[in-house]
Design a binder for this molecule. Structure first.
Ligand code: GAL
Length: 679
C-alpha cells in the first residue's frame, strides 16, 4: 500500500466501518474488559453494572493468550464462550481481541528467538508484555494458529461486533531474524548493493558494504550511526509490524468478512507510520490519555483527534482507550477533576468519534496496572468516578443526531512520519527543534480560533483546502515539493515552518540555497541555520514596528520576491527576514524562519487565515473555549478555569440538555454544549 492509496474525503464509503457498529446502537460506550482477572460471579455483577451504565461495547481478550493456550497447542475457550454468551445475552457487543500482544512465557522459554532484542543486543524477556519480534517466523506461526482457531470459534457469534488485532503495535527488534528481514526489505527497495551504498552514503566513515550479509539493523555502535540506515530501519520496522498485522487481519477477514477490523493506534506515535496502516483497517481507533497536569492538553488532544479522523479519510472513528481518571504510568498521576471525564469524551465526539471506550472496566487488584483508574474503581460502583461514568453513558443517547456526521475542515496540516524520523536524528544543528512541538505550535492558534484542521500526508490532494500549514517538512521529495508549489500557484495559501525542504528521501542534504525545492514558491532562500542561545530570546519586529520574541532557531535568509513581514532586530541577523510572505501565482506562501512565541504565531496565523478567507466556527471565542462544528451541531467546550459567556449566532437547542439557547451561552468550567440550530 502506498500513500497514494490513502482514503480521501471523496472516496466512496467502505462497506464496513463505524456505521456497521453504530447501526441500531447509536454512539458506542464501554471499555476494556478483562474478566479473566475475576471469578465468574463477578462477571454477572459486571454485566448488570454495564447495562445500568449504558455500556454497549466492550473489548475482551487483549491479554488472554496464556489463558486460551496454557501450553503449546492446547486450547481453552470454555471461559471465553461463557463471557461472550453472557455479554451477548445482555445486548453488549464485543470487540474481540487477538491476544497476540503478550505471548505466554512458554513461547519465549522454548523459542527465545521470538523475544525482541534491543539495539544493544539485549533480549527483552517475558514477565511484562509486548515481548515479541514482529519478524520471527515462530511467533508468526504460533500467533496465526491461535488467531485462526479464535476466528473459527467465534465467527457468527451474535456478540462479536469488531476485531481488535493485537494491541498498540510498536515493538522494534534488532535480532538476527529482524536483520535478515531488514536485508530482504532493502533488496526490494534498492535492488543492488551499489544503489544501497549510494543511498546510505557509505563512503562516509568507511561504511561501504561488500556483501548483503554484512548489513544489520542499526545496532548500538561507538558513535553516531548512519542516518539513512536508521531512517530505512524506521521504515522497515513500521512495515514489519504492518506485515504481521496484515497476516492476522487476513485470517480474520477470510473467516468473518462482515465483521470490521481495527487495531488501536496511539496518536502521534513515532515508531509507526499510520498513513500506511490506516487504509488496512475497517475502522481507525485510538488510545489517548491526556495528562491532567499538562496545560496544553486540550489543544494536544484536539490535534490528536484530528489526526485520527484524518487517518480514516474523515470518517467516524473509535476512541478505544482513555482513562476515567488517573493513569498509573506517569511518575506522578493526577486524577481527573469532576466533569473532566465527560469534557474529554465529548471533545472526541466533537472531533468525529462515534465511540468512546475506556481502559478499563473494573480496576485490577494485581499486576502492573492495579493503580490505574477504572470505570468500576476498587471502592466499587458507589463512587464519584462510577457515578460520572453512568451519567455520561446515559447522556450519550441524546447525541444520536451527530452519529455518522462529518467534521468539515478547510485547513490542512501536513504530517509525515519519515520526515519526523529523519528530522530527529542525531547530529543536526539543534535537537531542540522537534516535530511534535512544531505541530502543536502551529495547530494551537488555529484551534484557539475555532478553525478545524485535517492532517494530511505530503502526497495528499490539497485542492479541497484553503490553507495548508507545514510546521516542518525537513525531508521532502521533489514531487511533493512540486505539489505544494502548484497548490500555491493555483490560489492556495501555504505556511511553512523552519528547517523544511532540507533533505531528500535518502536524507541527503539538498545543495544550493535552502529550502531548495521550495525556494521559488517561498520567494526567499537561505544559506545558514543558526540556532540561538537558549538563555536569550530572539528579538523580532513586525513591519508595523511592534516587537515579538522567538526562541531557539534562526536562519540567515534573503528575500527573493517575498515581502519580509517581520525581521530579526539584533546581532548578525539584524534587519534580516524572520517571517516572509510571497504572492506566487494566484496564491500566497509564508515562510517562518524561527520559533515565534505563541502570541506572535497567533498573529501570523490570523493573517494567513485572512489571506485564505477562512474564519473560525464563531467570530468571538473566550480563551479556553473550543468550538468545533460536526454535522449540524456546534460543540462548545470550556477547558478554562472560569465561567464564560459565548455569543452564538442562532437560537439553538442544546442536545445534551434539551434546553433552548438565546443569543449567548454560559459555560461553567468543564461545561459542554452541543448546539443544533432551531428552525
Ligand atoms: C494502553 C494499553 C492498555 C493499558 C493502558 C493503560 O497503552 O493498550 O492495555 O495498558 O494503556 O493506560
Amino acid at each position: 500500500m502506498t500513500v497514494t492509496e490513502q482514503p480521501t474525503k471523496d472516496s466512496p464509503p467502505p462497506r464496513l466501518g463505524m456505521h456497521t457498529l453504530t447501526a441500531g446502537r447509536g454512539l458506542l460506550f464501554g471499555g476494556d474488559y478483562n474478566p479473566e482477572q475475576w471469578p465468574e460471579h463477578v462477571w454477572v455483577e459486571d454485566v448488570e453494572l454495564m447495562q445500568a451504565a449504558g455500556v454497549n461495547l466492550v473489548t475482551v481478550g487483549v491479554f488472554s493468550w496464556a489463558r486460551i493456550e496454557p501450553e503449546p497447542g492446547a486450547r481453552d475457550f470454555g471461559w471465553l464462550d461463557r463471557v461472550l454468551d453472557l455479554l451477548g445475552s445482555a445486548g453488549i457487543a464485543v470487540d474481540l481481541a487477538t491476544p497476540t500482544a503478550s505471548p505466554p512465557p512458554w513461547l519465549g522459554h522454548r523459542w527465545p528467538q521470538t523475544l525482541p532484542v534491543d539495539e544493544s543486543g539485549h533480549r527483552l524477556w517475558y514477565g511484562s508484555r509486548n515481548q515479541f519480534c514482529p519478524s520471527s517466523p515462530v511467533y508468526r506461526e504460533r500467533a496465526l494458529a491461535l488467531v485462526t482457531d479464535l476466528a473459527d470459534r467465534y465467527a457468527g457469534h451474535p456478540a462479536l461486533a469488531l476485531w481488535h488485532v493485537g494491541n498498540e503495535y510498536g515493538q522494534v527488534c534488532h535480532c538476527d531474524d529482524s536483520a535478515a528481514a531488514f536485508r530482504t526489505w532493502l533488496r526490494e527497495r534498492y535492488g543492488d548493493l551499489g544503489t544501497l551504498n549510494d543511498a546510505w552514503g557509505t563512503t562516509f566513515w568507511s561504511q561501504r558494504y561488500s556483501d548483503w550479509d554484512e548489513i544489520v539493523t542499526p545496532r548500538r555502535a561507538p558513535y553516531i550511526v548512519n542516518p539513512t540506515q536508521r531512517l530505512d530501519f524506521s521504515r522497515f520496522s513500521s512495515d514489519a509490524l504492518l506485515a504481521h498485522y496484515r497476516a492476522e487481519r487476513d485470517v480474520l477477514r477470510a473467516r468473518t468478512p462482515d465483521t470490521p477490523i481495527t487495531t488501536n493506534f496511539m496518536g502521534l506515535f513515532k515508531p509507526v507510520d499510520y498513513w500506511s496502516w490506516a487504509p488496512e483497517e475497517d475502522i481507525v481507533s485510538n488510545d489517548w490519555y491526556p495528562d491532567p497536569a499538562d496545560p496544553l492538553s486540550p489543544a494536544r488532544t484536539a490535534l490528536t483527534h484530528d489526526l485520527i479522523r484524518s487517518l480514516g479519510g474523515g470518517r467516524p472513528w473509535l476512541l478505544m482507550e482513555q482513562s476515567p481518571s488517573a493513569v498509573n504510568w506517569r511518575p506522578h498521576n493526577l486524577p481527573k477533576p469532576a466533569g473532566q471525564l465527560r469534557l474529554e469524551s465529548l471533545q472526541a465526539v466533537a472531533h468525529g468519534a462515534d465511540g468512546l471506550c475506556y481502559f478499563q472496566w473494573r480496576a485490577s487488584t494485581f499486576g502492573s496496572e492495579r493503580f490505574h483508574a477504572a470505570m468500576v474503581p476498587h471502592a466499587g460502583p458507589d463512587t464519584r468516578i462510577h457515578a460520572e461514568v453512568r451519567a455520561h453513558g446515559a447522556e450519550l443517547r441524546r447525541l444520536d443526531p451527530v452519529v455518522g456526521t462529518p467534521v468539515p475542515a478547510k485547513v490542512a496540516m501536513v504530517h509525515d512520519w519519515p520526515s519526523w524520523w529523519a528530522l530527529e536524528e542525531r547530529g543536526r544543528p539543534s535537537d531542540r527543534l522537534t516535530l511534535p512541538d512544531q505541530l502543536l505550535a502551529y495547530y494551537r492558534p488555529l484551534w484557539e480560533r475555532g478553525v478545524t484542521v485535517d492532517l494530511v500526508p505530503p502526497s495528499a490532494d490539497l485542492t479541497a483546502y484553503e490553507l495548508v500549514v507545514v510546521p516542518n517538512l525537513y525531508l521532502i521529495s521533489d514531487r511533493d515539493a512540486a505539489a505544494l508549489t502548484r497548490y500555491v500557484h493555483g490560489g492556495g495559501v501555504l505556511v511553512v515552518g523552519p528547517f523544511s525542504g532540507v533533505v531528500d528521501p535518502h536524507s541527503h542534504v539538498r545543495t544550493g540555497r535552502f529550502p531548495a525545492p521550495l525556494r521559488e514558491v517561498l520567494g526567499a532562500s537561505g544559506e545558514e541555520w543558526m540556532p540561538a542561545p537558549e538563555d536569550r530570546p530572539v528579538r523580532c519586529r513586525w513591519a508595523d514596528g511592534t516587537g515579538f520574541t522567538a526562541r531557539i532557531w534562526t536562519e540567515l535568509l534573503d528575500a527573493e520576491g517575498a515581502e519580509p513581514v517581520a525581521v530579526f532586530t539584533e546581532g548578525d541577523l539584524a534587519g534580516r527576514p524572520a517571517v516572509l510572505r510571497h504572492r506566487a501565482g494566484a496564491g500566497t506562501a509564508w515562510y517562518v524562519a524561527t520559533l515565534p512565541e505563541p502570541d506572535a504565531l497567533g498573529e501570523l496565523t490570523a493573517r494567513a487565515l485572512v489571506d485564505a478567507g477562512v474564519t473560525g466556527a464563531l467570530p468571538e471565542l473566550p480563551p479556553g473555549v473550543e468550538a468545533v462544528r460536526r454535522g449540524p451541531v456546534l460543540f462548545l467546550l470550556n477547558h478554562g478555569a472560569g465561567t464564560v459567556h459565548v455569543p452564538v449566532p442562532h437560537p439553538a437547542e442544546d442536545l445534551l440538555t434539551g434546553s433552548a439557547t438565546g443569543d449567548r451561552v454560559t459555560l461553567a468550567p468543564r461545561a459542554v454544549v452541543a448546539l443544533r440550530p432551531l428552525g
